[in-house]
Structures are given as structure tokens and as C-alpha cells.
Ligand binder design. Sequence first.
Ligand code: UN1
Length: 507
Amino acid sequence: MSASTVLKELGIHEVNSGVYAEDWIAAPGGGELVSVNPTTGQPLARVLQANEAEYEQVFHAAQRAFLEWRMVPAPRRGELVRALGDALREKKDLLGSLVTLEMGKIKPEGLGEVQEMIDMCDFAVGQSRMLYGLQMHSERPGHRMFEQWHPLGPVGLITSFNFPIAVWAWNSCLAAICGDSVIWKPSSQTPLTAIAVQKIAAQLCKDHGVPPIFTLCVGKGSTVGERLVSDRRVPLISATASCDMGRRVNRVMADHLGRRALLELGGNNAIIVMDDADLSLANRAVLFGAVGTAGQRCTSTRRVYLHKKIAGEFTERLLSAYKQIRIGDPLEEGTLMGPLVDQAAVDIMLKAIDEVKKEGGEILTGGKRIDRPGYFVEPTIAKVRPEVKILREETFAPLLYLVEVDSLDQAIEYQNGVDQGLSSAIFTRNLQSAETFLSPRGSDCGIANVNIGTSGAEIGGAFGGEKDTGGGRESGSDSWKIYMRRQTCTVNYSNHLPLAQGIKFGD
Ligand code: UN1
């Protein structure tokens, strides 16, 4: 299918409104944005962004929708999300292709992204009947005590280019069943994918006769982003971004007590390969973790700690696997790695490679930009000493560092010795090593895996990380709770007024 067919089928025109309040705003006044195909460097289409006044319109629409939606029973809210899942199933191929066109990940990963949305819909439909609160036994006779969960309000959602729509689904599906509305500010690198999803979601609300709980506000970070983050009427900001951007969000929100920030920031993830590991498994995991999505996942593998006994053999195997990587048009079958998202991403990678060299690292393969249109780079492996500074930074690119270690303890120390704490993995056949890695003195990350890589997490678990990764948790497990407010209630059905803690007061 050609690019123009994909765009046409998803309702994308040459110029598009990027702002949806109760309906599409015809000609938003916040300036034009050009969406570029990173494979060719050529424009795909243009988008008109929101200005401050249009942000206000979006906020009010989301607020009005919330006031109505919060009174709809949660299982009925789930029906909307079920229909969303059905619509996504129908459009899976088109949306997957658009993700590939606009962001540059290979088509199977584009399809995987849409599948992640579909899975999230299924999960949320079930969850809509399981917004459980606990019941406690009151210490007072004739009293009942329990907690209940109420909808929170309009949720501000800031998403990143690398998972332009899956992260929308993680948040929006749960927000919807929890009775919230959503104000979505997508990445300026992937506005078309956002518009395509918004069209589907908005139409569903209309078809189901429910308030327009999904809104969209494409705009500059300096106008819409700042406004959303500093808007105290928005009780929750869920942001996937860099650590620097997360720090900014936290600083601004610190002035507004009670507002919540759900942050999913930089990863800098590591894999430990022990001397008893299945090297073929470990190799495949490192390959997918480092080269998949051209190294542009938060969960991408950046560092590998190799036990010295297998370091040589593992490195040989990995280098020969890197020779097989087919780089090219991500829509073409058989391609394993597409382009980086833009020129800035290429520059950042090349700068990091310079840094590696300056610090005495050895480039084992790659290291250069590829001479063709678009933003292609060579997947790169560098052998470095454990103390080099660049190991502490997350470079959002296919740049992998190999480090030799003497023992499990040393590997864990190095792995944990960075500021970020998203995903981690160990390859070993030794139960003690595996369990030590998972124990309180093991990995300090939000995700810790044994014999699988750092990336490609399922939606059923809570997703997120510790330290500079921001501490937020999204998608599965009990992540729904952040989209609701907890209320503890005590009901007295007796004729007496006993006080807690046995206090006697005036009788
Ligand atoms: C991200 O890169 O922001 O675990 C999310 C994974 C995906 C999600 C990554 N399920 O790689």
C-alpha cells in the first residue's frame, strides 16, 4: 500500500487540524507543523497547532465531558473501550503502516504497537468491572468502613514519538474506564498518527452517544505543553519524556499540591550475561534490545555486562549477528532497522560516539551515518571501561556498550550505578544468580527479567521505573489507581457515637 493510500484511508489530508475539543477546530491558530517521513526526509502532511485560546477550548470540552462521564457506570464505560478495541482491530494494518511512515519503526513493530493498544483495550474492559476498593473492619460497634474509588478529572497526557499511540492507549483506556476524560498533547514528531487515532476515538464517542472524553491538542511544548503542565485544573499529568523534561514537569507541579505526575522517563537499561548463560538466547535478546526500533525504546538495551569467561565468545557472536542486520525502508519486508526519527537524533548519536572515542572506548562495529536520504545510521557497538562517563547517559539510538565484569556482584553494582532505573535483565542458568538479581540486593529497576531482554514488555504488568526514570507506573497490574481518587468512608448505623481510639469526650 502506498503512503498516500494509507494517509487517505485514515482521513489525513495535506493540511489537517491538530485540535479536537467537542469537534475538530477548523483552523487552529498556533502555527503550522510539518510531519516528515524519516525514511525519506520528505514531508508527509501538515498540521495546524493549537494556540493558548484553543487550549482553553480543549480544556473546557474535556472538563464538560468529564462531569457527565463520571456518572456513567464503569462497566458501561468499558463498553466504549471494547468498541475502541474492535475499531483498532479493523484498522490495525493502516495504523501500523502510518506509525512506520511517520516514526520509522519497521512494519512488524508498527503492527505490534497497534496490537499493544488492542491488548490494552481488552485489559481495560475487564478492569472496568474490577475497580475494587477494600472493606475494613471498623473498631467501633455498629460501624462500617470501606474505601471507594472515584473518577479524578481531565487527565493531561503527553506522549513521545517512539510509541506515538501505544502510550496513548495505556493511559486513555484506563482513564476512560475510570471515568476521566483525556487532553492529549502528542509528540510534535508524530502528529499524524495522533490525528488518525483521535479520529477513530472521537467517532466512537459520537456513535455511542457518550460525551467526547478524548480530546487532542497538537501544539508547541512552549505553549500547549507548558500550559497543560501548569494548569492546576488538570489533576494528573502523565508524561513520557526525557529525564530533563520530567524534572521540569515535577518542578512546575510542585507548586500545586495534590496534583499527580505520572512520569515515564529515560531508561539506560542493562543486560548481564553470566558465564553459565545460554549465549544464543542472550545474543538474540541483546540484538532485539539494542537494534529493535533503531534503539529508540525507553526499554532499549544500552549496556551489556559480560562475564569475562564468555566475553570474547559473546562479542564474536554479536558482531556476526550485527552483520546480518538489514537496514532500509522500514515498510519493506525483511528490513530489521529503519531510520532514526530526525536529524537531531543522528547528531546526538554521532556526538555520543565521539565521546566514547575520547574516553578511550573501542568501536567494534558501526559508528557512522549511512549515506542515503533520511536519517539512517549504522548500528554501533563499543567496548568500554566500566568507569566511562557516557555509560551513565541514555543515548536514544542503536549504540550499545559492552563492559567486562568479574562477578555477579560487580555486574549488579555497575548495572545499578546509573541515575536511571527502568528495565534490566540477566541471562543465567544458575538459580542462585537469577534469584540474587531479583532479590532486594539485586536489580534496582522497575522491570527485572531473567533470560529475556529489557524491551518488549507485556501490557499486563505495571510499566515504569525508579530513580530518574520518574517512578510512574502505567498500563497493567493496579496502575488504574492513579487515574482515580481514593475515598475512605465510615458509616455509623448504631444509635451511639463511639469515638475512635476509645476517646471519651463530654459524656
Ligand atoms: C517506551 O519505549 O516508551 O517494553 C515504551 C517495551 C514496550 C513499551 C516501550 N512495550 O518495549
